[in-house]
Design a protein around this ligand. Structure first.
Ligand code: DC
Length: 225
């Protein structure tokens, strides 16, 4: 692993805009991007297609190590698994929920570690997820942790899904978001918590451009784009 490639991590729960902001920042700096949530989602989707259940940890791990997955670098761009374009199914709420369930298993997290480290390439990497700053890239030069109230995050997700023509119920969405937060935050390994040296950004009353501007205030004095 080229350990000298600098990393900026952006962690936080879903609906904080971290995916969008991570892509904006990577594009701005001309750096690589890792959407680690997509990796967990791909395992969830791919393993299910292979008839592997959530409890079959050894088979899940083997699948995670062997799967051939490739991503476009654009936000919400194409995801190809073993030659098949699967981005639509990977981005479904159900895939996120299933990803959150299998992600509680320490061996699966370990099985995905090398694949995540492989994204660390020069000139640098912006990594988005839950444990990027705490576990996967503890030596990151900036660790951002984005938060927002569950209500605001549910509303954002609701609007996103509506725009995509997906019919959803806001109350159910809020319930699911809280359940996923609980699961992600309470697991024993790599829970969703800010790193000790994380910069916390509350995005409740900020739009994506305002969040991006806040991150740049930290990054620009250190890294010239
Ligand atoms: O960021 P996302 O919504 O695509 O992630 C889906 C799930 O994957 C999330 O609820 C928990 C899991 N995940 C994880 O455990 N660790 C990560 N670094 C990223 C995602």
């Amino acid at each position: 692993m080229p350990a000298d490639a600098p990393v900026i991590t952006i962690d936080g729960p879903s609906g904080t805009g971290k995916g969008t902001v991570a892509h904006l920042l990577a594009q701005h700096l001309g750096w690589h991007i890792l959407d680690s949530g997509a990796l967990y989602r791909i395992v969830a989707v791919g393993a299910q297609q292979q008839g592997i259940s959530d409890q079959e940890t050894a088979r899940l791990c083997q699948y995670a190590k062997e799967m051939q997955a490739s991503f476009s670098t654009e936000f919400e761009g194409s995801i190809v698994l073993n030659g098949e374009e699967i981005s639509a199914i990977v981005r479904k709420e159900q895939s996120g929920d299933r990803a959150s369930v299998i992600a509680t298993q320490p061996p699966l997290r370990a099985a995905l570690l090398q694949r995540q480290h492989d994204f660390r390439q020069l000139p640098g990497l912006v990594a988005d997820g839950r444990d990027m700053g705490t576990v996967v890239f503890p030596d990151a030069i900036f660790k951002f942790f984005l938060t927002a109230s569950p209500e605001v995050r549910a509303e954002r997700r609701y609007k996103q899904l509506k725009n995509k023509g997906v019919n959803v119920n806001l109350t159910l969405l809020l319930h699911d978001i809280k359940a996923r937060d609980d699961r992600d935050s309470s697991r024993t390994v790599a829970p969703l918590v800010p790193a000790k040296d994380a910069i916390i950004v509350d995005t409740t009353s900020l739009n994506v451009n305002e969040v991006f501007a806040k991150l740049l205030q930290w990054v620009h004095p250190v890294i010239k784009a």
